[in-house]
Write a protein that binds this ligand. Sequence first.
Ligand code: GRF
Length: 195
Amino acid sequence: MKHIVVFASGSGSNFQAIIDAIEAGQIKDAIIAGLIAGKPGIQAIERAEKAGIPVEILDSSASGEQADQQITGKLADWKPDLIVLAGYLKKIPDSVVKEFDRKMINIHPSLLPKFGGKGYYGSKVHSAVLEAGERESGCTVHFVNEQYDQGSIIRQVRVPVLADDTVESLSKRVLEKEHELLPAVINELLNSNSD
Ligand code: GRF
């Protein structure tokens, strides 16, 4: 049984898509060993509790080094085969990036390398896409390296940008694709040798 650890800072709808895909057998032979929550009070925590998944909430008053230790301590317990960043907005400790080289992925709501990097998160991505007059957008799953949103791309899904799109309508269209893409990539990465 493979272990997945998810990091999330927000509503956790992508986290939910992973929970549902495991339950539906779309992600095979895997469990979510734990959720690292970037802060208290987020919906992702409620989703974990409902699904019986252990949660570690990061202590916002901790120093950089203490925060890193909180993460590395939990990863030592949960022993992930794959780490999934699903709407996680904090920095990942350098030691974790190194240790989980090509075993840590992120989902980003644009067609990287466009509209990625520091400052491009959440609705900011979609408003930048609309302001730039793009005809299409989409989502990207990529490996995580030391630079924000710059690790190698695994897969992308495209969606059209419509003339009357708002940030809400575009983000909804992209998010629906994220919920399909992320579980599919996770299953491929975990099970590509055993199928
Ligand atoms: C998603 O658009 C994801 O691509 C981005 O943050 C958003 C998180 O949504 N990184 P959710 O918390 O999974 O609902």
